[in-house]
Design a protein around this ligand. Structure first.
Ligand SMILES: Cc1cc2nc3c(=O)[nH]c(=O)nc-3n(C[C@H](O)[C@H](O)[C@H](O)COP(=O)(O)OP(=O)(O)OC[C@H]3O[C@@H](n4cnc5c(N)ncnc54)[C@H](O)[C@@H]3O)c2cc1C
Length: 448
């Protein structure tokens, strides 16, 4: 009998603001008693819900259960900045450019397949279009160095046959209301999502389609008994012929991919709803998204009433936390940095308070691969988002579903061809070293 006990469960620090600003939605009932399904999915983020949707599309007769430890959109899937990016966006590089023209073209096609899949879900389930806005995004630049990074990225995009447009300081101010940015690079293919709105609505659509979506149902044990897997939750068991682990970095908590996953936390803050006076001092357009031209810089986003209020979201700071638990002091430290970055960009509304500050979990591998495979008979994984999970985890979820059904697709072929994640070099100084490295990269990107 194979048994995998969860060594730890997710700990969320700070509120999942995107969820908090939407009308309250009570959690669905947790697993209560013992049930039997064909497929059980652990984790209700982009990966888990996409896997459920793909299974449903391929075989409507399957009984499927999604088990989420907390509430939908309370994990990283509701804590991100909501850029669903089609282009190469290698967060471990200096300017996002990927590994080469052919590889990047393949990745763009896959990213667009994920975006199309999400768009189909939006249309089929009648998801609010404000939660899925194909507005494109801008790589903002505040210095000459950053402008050069944008130019080198634009050149790379031209080689790929992709459109982009350089914006000057005036155009940047017209969009954002800020004089901070001296230039920017607009690319049209990004979809700006309200991540919690999208995830919650996807969950609602799946429930309507007959998928069981259990919230507050952390899985503490997976046991192989005869041909089945039995999943233990606080109030009951789920027996399934097949299981997909879609719990991102917490794959390691069940003992898989040990010492191969890097657990990084990102931090963000969101303002209170801006009143009429603050809005007129801010200016600019009601919705926009700026990624920094240096990946270690600051992401800014402005949303409007249809997305949960007129607010500005600031995201910067990262920490490497192998224990997977961010501290309150780390969130407080990041919140101070957010305030400063916000004030630098919007001095006219520097007095506007932040209503929410939070941390969220990313899972990266040294060689940039995910863990999407059959781990043991009937036990599949769709894990390790590598930083861009709105698309990547949508893809891993689809791929795991295709592998489970033994229906090969271009998406599953991509993940099946990936090598194993590289082993991390064990060192007592790794955590300190990685965090010093982050601080240095953040300092280098301080204006961005
Ligand atoms: C501040 C921030 C900004 C970001 N910005 C962007 C962005 O703009 N664009 C982008 O593409 N990505 C962004 N990301 C990354 C993105 O949020 C993640 O890549 C994405 O959420 C990964 O989706 P997932 O489904 O793989 O994992 P998760 O969203 O982590 O979902 C896994 C789920 O599994 C659940 N779980 C774990 N263990 C168990 C268990 N034992 N039992 C039951 N459930 C369990 C967790 O509660 C969680 O809900 C950002 C992340 C952060 C933190």
């Amino acid at each position: 009998m194979n048994v995998h006990k969860a060594e730890r469960l997710p700990v969320q620090r700070g509120p999942a603001a995107w969820n908090a600003i939407l009308p309250a939605q009570p959690y669905s009932a947790p697993v209560d008693g013992d049930i039997r399904v064909d497929v059980a999915i652990v984790g209700g983020g982009f990966a888990g819900l996409s896997a459920a949707k793909r299974l449903r599309q391929q075989d409507a007769s399957l009984r499927i259960a999604v088990l989420e430890a907390s509430g939908l959109a309370e994990g990283a899937s509701g804590r991100n900045s909501g850029f669903m990016i089609d282009l190469p966006h290698d967060v471990q590089s200096d300017d996002y450019a990927g590994t080469g023209v052919e590889e990047d073209k393949k990745m763009i096609a896959l990213n667009r397949a994920a975006i199309s899949f999400a768009k189909e879900c939006v249309e089929e389930y009648g998801i609010d279009p404000a939660y899925f806005d194909p507005a494109g995004k801008i790589n903002g630049a505040a210095s000459e160095t950053a402008r050069n990074l944008n130019e080198s990225y634009a050149k790379h995009l031209t080689e790929l046959g992709e459109a982009s447009e350089m914006l000057d300081a005036k155009a940047m101010q017209e969009v954002t209301g800020s004089r901070h940015y001296t230039s920017g690079l607009y690319t049209p293919g990004t979809v700006m999502i309200q991540p919690a709105g999208y995830i919650r609505s996807l969950g609602t659509g799946l429930r309507r389609d007959g998928v069981f979506v259990f919230e507050e149902s952390p899985v503490s044990k997976l046991a192989r008994v005869n041909q089945d897997w039995i999943l233990t939750t606080p109030n009951g068991h789920v027996t399934a012929a097949k299981v997909i682990l879609a719990n991102n970095g917490h794959l390691e908590s069940f003992g898989f991919a040990r010492k191969r996953l890097m657990h990084v936390f990102l931090y963000a803050s969101m303002t209170v709803e801006l009143d009429v006076d603050a809005l007129s001092r801010l200016g600019g357009q009601p919705r926009w998204g700026i990624t920094p031209s240096d990946p270690m810089g600051t992401t800014m986003r402005r949303i409007d009433t249809a997305q949960g209020g007129n607010r500005v979201i600031t995201r910067t700071c990262a920490s490497y936390l192998p224990g997977m638990v961010p501290s309150k002091s780390a969130v407080d430290r990041a919140a101070k940095v957010h305030r400063r970055k916000f004030a630098d960009r919007f001095p006219a509304i520097a007095d506007v308070p932040m209503e929410y500050s939070w941390a969220g979990h990313l899972c990266l591998t040294w060689n940039g691969v995910s863990v999407t495979s059959e781990l043991e008979p009937g036990l599949f994984s769709a894990c390790c988002c590598n930083g861009l999970g709105t698309v990547r985890s949508t893809l891993t979820g689809i791929a795991a579903a295709d592998m489970l059904l033994n229906r090969p697709s271009k998406i599953s072929a991509h993940f099946m061809a990936e090598p194993e994640p590289s082993k991390l070099v064990p060192s007592p100084f790794a955590e300190i070293g990685a965090n010093l490295y982050f601080r240095w990269k953040e300092w280098r990107a301080r204006e961005e």
